[in-house]
Design a binder for this molecule. Structure first.
Ligand SMILES: [Zn+2]
Length: 474
């Protein structure tokens, strides 16, 4: 009986706290300046970032610093195209994937040395760029202009980074930088998509996936990374529209099965407006692989398209437990009903969806509807390096555009651990520590003024949606 009373009282105090905090937060939202609201969300304990592409999460200045520092990048040197070349003359291939007019396509020195002499003259060592060229290089992998959108992102950013993404030392250091950045934002878990096949050494020879992974793990287990306190697990990503994607999926299954300590899931990525990668294409391959291997958690991109279709439903049929983006679930009522209070989570990437033109504005984003219908959702950052954003920015946009309550903020945060692919004991430990930190934050927040955190001034989202960064209407 006494135990029951203690339990009842603590449950009561939990409800009272949550209710008090909701009421305090409602008033705080009305009176806070944008800076105070941002600082509150920055300080708020956060769970995990569940939708994160590691090579898309390097800010351009990180890429540049790592690419030009042989001591931290494994001794590699890089060259980037600084003037358009027509060395081969005009041909039908001129506007193909290796478009010679694409500036800042970057290759490692071993590749540059093999280029024809005429081509070489159009490249310059990254370390020798003029200030103007360096600024242009940095901007070439940022989605910061009004006219830049989906095509710029899918068709030029990756092609420019090119061989930089095939250096496991750079990728490892990007991971450490992400962990450090997340520590400052009070994020405690990262489930990042990172591949290790196709890496090269500084001479241009292929590195085995095992070697590349060991280089990545060395960075992950370094004292600097450990000091952040951020737990990291990997997902392996399959580029879905490739002709041999089924073969690659089999290779990925075998690899992830052999490295379950570090790899906790598989993802399926790539432009969904390329129908060659449609979900049901992979049903036979996945059924065969499920026959062969113990279960591997799947988090697939789906519904990141403009038109209505049943791809989210089809992706659940593929066996996915989490859906990346899930934007067009809103147009599929049966699937929407299936997901209400269900076991499947939609990973929401608000800033990505706006900048890649999948929504006109946040008014037309279905996030609020999903959240308030009881569909499990969590906020994540996708390729934040290319839009200069942070997880705090996602929360900031969500609060401003959807008037989130404290209880909703807490649910989003807790979902990001609850629906992670962590093993049960680790998940339980993270959930408990997050819950304790959130309780403590609830106690302290009303006494804080939230102006001590410096807010980044160059936030692209403020330029795209200035109203979100101006003072709220009284
Ligand atoms: Zn994504």
């Amino acid at each position: 009986m006494r135990l029951f009373c203690v339990f009842f009282i603590s449950l009561l105090s939990l409800f009272t706290n949550a209710g008090t905090m909701d009421s305090w937060f409602r008033d705080f939202k009305r009176s806070a300046t944008p800076t105070q609201l941002y600082a509150f969300l920055h300080a708020m304990p956060k769970g995990g970032d569940l939708h994160h592409h590691l090579t898309g999460s390097g800010y351009p200045q990180w890429w540049y610093a790592l690419a030009t520092d042989k001591d931290s990048n494994g001794g590699y040197e890089y060259y980037t195209r600084v003037s358009p070349s027509l060395c081969q003359g005009l041909s039908p291939d001129t506007f193909g994937p290796d478009n010679p007019f694409m500036l800042f396509r970057t290759v490692q020195a071993s590749t540059w040395r093999r280029l024809p002499d005429c081509e070489k003259t159009h490249y310059r060592s990254l370390s020798a760029l003029s200030d103007e060229q360096k600024a242009a290089f940095l901007n070439s992998v940022r989605l910061d202009k009004q006219h830049e959108g989906r095509n710029e992102f899918f068709e030029t950013h990756w092609q420019r980074l090119n061989e930089l993404t095939r250096n496991p030392y750079i990728v490892g250091q990007l991971l450490v930088k992400n962990m450090q950045a997340y520590q400052t934002e009070n994020v405690r878990y990262l489930e990042t998509q990172v591949n290790v096949h196709g890496m090269m050494d500084a001479t241009g020879s292929p590195l085995s996936a095992e070697t590349a992974l060991s280089i990545l793990l060395e960075a992950l287990n370094s004292p600097t990374a450990k000091a952040t306190g951020v737990t990291v697990k990997f997902q392996y990503a399959l580029l879905r529209f490739l002709p041999n994607a089924e073969e690659q999926l089999a290779t990925i299954y075998a690899f992830v099965d052999g490295h379950r300590k570090d790899y906790v899931g598989i993802n399926m990525v790539g432009r969904e407006d390329n129908d060659k990668g449609h979900p049901l294409r992979f049903l036979p391959a996945l059924r065969m692989l499920r026959h062969k291997y113990p279960a591997i958690p799947l988090a697939f991109h789906a519904g990141e398209v403009d038109e209505p279709n049943h791809h989210v439903r089809d992706t659940l049929l593929l066996g996915a437990d989490r859906i990346g983006h899930g934007l067009n679930t809103i147009t599929d009522p049966e699937t929407l009903l299936l997901m209400r209070h269900g076991p499947y989570l939609i990973e929401i990437n608000l800033i990505s969806n706006l900048l890649l033109e999948y929504v006109e504005d946040f008014q037309s984003h279905p996030f609020g509807e999903y959240l308030r219908l009881g569909i499990p959702v969590a906020l994540s950052t996708d390729d934040r390096g290319m839009w200069g954003a942070t997880l705090t920015d996602e929360f900031y946009v969500a609060v401003r555009a959807f008037n989130l309550s404290w209880t909703e903020l807490r649910t989003l945060t807790e979902n990001s651990i609850e629906y992670s692919f962590l093993a049960k004991p680790q998940k339980y430990a993270l959930k408990s520590s997050l819950s304790a930190s959130l309780d403590e934050f609830e106690d302290k927040a009303p006494q804080s003024n939230f102006i001590s955190v410096s807010v980044p001034t160059d936030r692209f989202i403020c330029r795209r949606e200035p109203s979100l960064c101006s003072a709220p209407k009284e």
